[in-house]
Design a protein around this ligand. Structure first.
Ligand SMILES: [Zn+2]
Length: 203
């Protein structure tokens, strides 16, 4: 599976190490590498090859990077993907005063709240509307595709909130880094699950 990861990410690595790739483009590619690393980490954990289609993926601010639910156990897993050397950030918590760090439960609570109340009208929809579904691609300027993305975010935000309430949230942070000769194996930065009493335990 690590070999697959190395092969699958070869085009990303080529862009990241090329002098002709712009810094802005490198940031995007680095995020994509983080995503792939997070998916690979799950493949390794479950000893079963996972792909992008096993996840809901979100782009931009105020979202989780990857989301998946296990219908059998009711467990919800979210992943924070870090590309290259990027670090965990902080943001204002729900109470609005103390900053919360990206890898913590209060941070996830804040993001879940933001997602479930989002008024998203952006152009980065991954959810095609009914009319565009047959093409498999959302259209950036289509209002209905934007609405589909808004609803998708709200729904996932609700699911994360519910999972927190019943102690069934699992959170993993994964870094996908690289050097000149290739990508490094995915590095697990954080891994915990929530409990019914509002605490977390490492897993
Ligand atoms: Zn549409």
């Amino acid at each position: 599976m690590l070999l697959d990861y190395r092969n699958d990410t070869r085009p990303l690595h080529a862009q990241l190490t090329s002098a002709s790739t712009s810094q802005a483009k490198k940031r995007k590619v680095s995020e994509a590498l983080g995503e792939e690393a997070a998916i690979c980490a799950n493949s390794l954990r479950e000893n079963k090859k996972k792909t992008q289609s096993d996840y809901q993926i979100f782009d931009g601010r105020d979202v989780v990077d990857l989301f998946a639910e296990n219908p059998a156990t009711g467990e919800v897993e979210i992943k924070e993907a870090k590309g290259g050397k990027s670090q965990y950030g902080t943001r204002k918590g729900l109470s609005g005063t103390k900053p919360v760090k990206q890898c913590t439960l209060p941070y996830v609570e804040t993001i879940a709240h933001k997602m479930s109340n989002t008024k998203y009208k952006g152009r980065h929809s991954r959810a095609p509307c009914a009319a565009h579904k047959p093409t498999g691609k959302s259209v950036p300027t289509c209002k209905d595709c934007q609405r589909a993305e808004r609803l998708r975010r709200q729904e996932v935000g609700q699911k994360i909130k519910r999972a927190i309430a019943v102690g069934k949230l699992r959170k993993t942070g994964v870094r996908g880094d690289y050097n000149k000769s290739g990508v490094k194996p995915p590095e697990i930065l954080t891994s915990w699950r929530s409990t019914t009493t509002g605490t977390t335990i490492p897993v």
